[in-house]
Ligand binder design. Structure first.
Ligand SMILES: Cc1cc2nc3c(=O)[nH]c(=O)nc-3n(C[C@H](O)[C@H](O)[C@H](O)COP(=O)(O)OP(=O)(O)OC[C@H]3O[C@@H](n4cnc5c(N)ncnc54)[C@H](O)[C@@H]3O)c2cc1C
Length: 479
């Protein structure tokens, strides 16, 4: 660490930038951080993004890039009626009312604008489809071409480049610096950080003339910290997150008084396969095909056990209650209707195809008669348009499962999203545990808590990151 003659910390020059201080410092280069940096720079602030990894993008770049918004032309064309109020109601229902309503309101009212910003201003290309995921009452989720958050990250990075905003990589922020009044005035970081290697010794300080924005993501890969919140989530459960999704900045913020909210609300992805690591190729089948059109069966009984279109929390809990992986099943008609290319999942052996129900039952060691009975019962309910057993909404495009080949996949939950984090207000200011905004400190994205309550609905995280990230950037620039 560099000090002057009086032993005072001196700002250091960043690895990839000649800056020794900036108006706004952004910690993290995912959706929230990059959106914040763009808005702050467009508002005239000098901005520097600090990212601990050697590449930008965080969990955002490996996400599916699915974003939720009500009132789009895609919905109008498909005859879907939607509104910010309906999306708000859906988020509160899934969140079991634990969500901070004022934040949900800001996000649902800003969702359409955020989506159009990515499409019309940043130039992200979306597939011409609108999807429904469990817990949404209508289809309102849009997927970029390539089914990857990388498309969005690429567009955000391109805009940052136009704005000449530098990103300092390998910069592991460990301390938030405050003046005597408690205002956050900069950060101390370790220079040359490489994940999985011993911590570097070179400490640097960089000052923020206006504000620091924390956009350091969630803690899904921080096994000790997540287990401390929910003891069930030990290292026996895999995670879809990058190994970099850890809690150090969250703890740093708490260390200067930021109020933690709902940290034990950790989401498991029920569409994941235990037969591959990370997010993998299987969720394309689980989430987009099995849940809307197929069935989940317990191999021990051959029977269904839940509505496959339940929200993520309900589904994951239902899977955990089975105590072993369950089987997701669909037919060729469902796969064709959804139109996804499942070749990667099939080549990996995660999704398998079978010429008959008997063969599928044999492979997954399900009693064939019990499976036939479950499929026949489900098909009968699809024909009637009513799931009397588990109240799964039968979508109007759904058809009985009867067209071979039949598709199967083992499913078991993985740690996916951390709904809890530090408390922010509608201006993205970080709230102190003594109920005042910490001067000079803003936050956005998965590092914040209370927006999704008990359960985040699919595609709502990206909407949240963009809406709150942009607010944080604008407010920080005028702090
Ligand atoms: C596989 C996967 C698929 C998903 N798909 C979807 C989807 O389709 N739709 C949806 O809505 N949501 C999805 N999500 C959730 C969503 O992607 C995340 O909630 C969102 O990307 C988080 O963005 P963020 O900007 O808050 O954090 P991140 O994108 O994780 O970025 C945080 C950054 O901060 C950096 N950082 C952390 N600590 C420090 C430190 N000490 N110093 C410096 N830098 C630091 C990290 O390295 C990281 O780059 C998915 C998540 C995963 C894991």
């Amino acid at each position: 660490m560099q000090t002057d003659e009086q032993g005072v910390l001196r700002p250091a020059v960043c690895m990839e930038s000649a800056m020794d201080c900036a108006d706004v410092l952004v910690i993290g280069s995912g959706f929230a951080g990059l959106s914040a940096a763009i808005e702050a720079a467009q508002a005239g602030a000098s901005v520097l993004v600090l990212e601990k990894m050697r590449a930008p993008g965080g969990n955002s770049i490996i996400s599916d890039g699915g974003i939720a918004a009500p009132g789009t032309t895609y919905q109008l064309d498909a005859g879907i009626e939607d509104s910010p109020e309906l999306m708000y109601a859906d988020m509160l229902t899934a969140g079991e009312g634990l969500n901070f309503p004022e934040l949900v309101k800001i996000i649902t009212e800003g969702a359409l604008d955020a989506f159009l910003w990515t499409r019309d201003d940043l130039g992200v290309h979306y597939l011409n489809r609108v999807d429904i995921f469990g817990g949404h009452s209508v289809a309102r989720c849009y997927t970029p071409e390539g089914v990857s958050g990388a498309a969005l990250i690429k567009a955000l990075l391109a805009r940052l480049k136009q704005l000449s905003v530098p990103i300092c990589l390998g910069a592991y922020v460990e301390t938030l610096l405050q003046d005597e009044s408690g205002r956050v005035i900069g950060v101390q970081y370790l220079e040359g950080y490489q994940h999985g290697q011993p911590m570097p010794h070179s400490k640097k300080v960089i000052l923020a003339r206006k504000a620091v924005i924390v956009a350091a993501g969630g803690f899904g890969s921080d096994v000790w910290f997540r287990k401390a919140q929910d003891p069930r989530l030990d290292d026996h459960l895999m995670s879809t997150n990058k190994p970099s999704a850890t809690a150090e900045i969250l703890k740093t913020c708490m260390g200067i008084g930021a109020n933690p909210v709902q940290l034990s609300r950790i989401q498991l992805g029920a569409w994941a396969s235990p037969d591959e690591t990370g997010f993998g190729a299987g969720p394309l089948f689980g989430d987009y095909v099995v849940f809307p059109y197929g069935i989940l069966v317990d191999p021990a009984t051959g029977g269904r056990f839940t509505s496959e279109l339940s929200d993520r929390r309900v589904l994951a809990e239902a899977l955990l209650r089975q105590k072993h992986p369950v089987i997701g099943i669909a037919d060729a008609a469902a796969v064709k209707r959804e139109g996804w290319d499942l070749s990667k999942a099939i080549a990996k052996g995660v999704v398998k195809t079978f010429g008959s129900w008997e063969k599928l039952a044999e492979h997954y060691q399900i009693d064939p008669a019990a499976l036939q009975k479950s499929v026949a019962r489900f098909n009968e309910m699809v024909r009637r348009g009513l799931d009397e057993d588990y109240h799964k909404p039968i979508l109007k495009e759904a058809s009985p499962l009867e067209v071979p080949p039949f598709y199967g996949m083992r499913l078991w939950p993985k740690v996916h999203h951390t709904m809890g984090g530090i408390q922010v207000d509608t201006s993205a200011r970080v709230i102190h545990r003594d109920q005042y905004p910490i001067p000079g400190l803003f936050a956005a994205g998965e590092v914040t808590g209370g927006i999704h309550g008990a359960c985040r609905l699919g595609s709502c995280a990206i909407t949240e990151c963009l809406v709150m990230g942009r607010i944080a950037g604008k407010r920080a620039a005028s702090a």
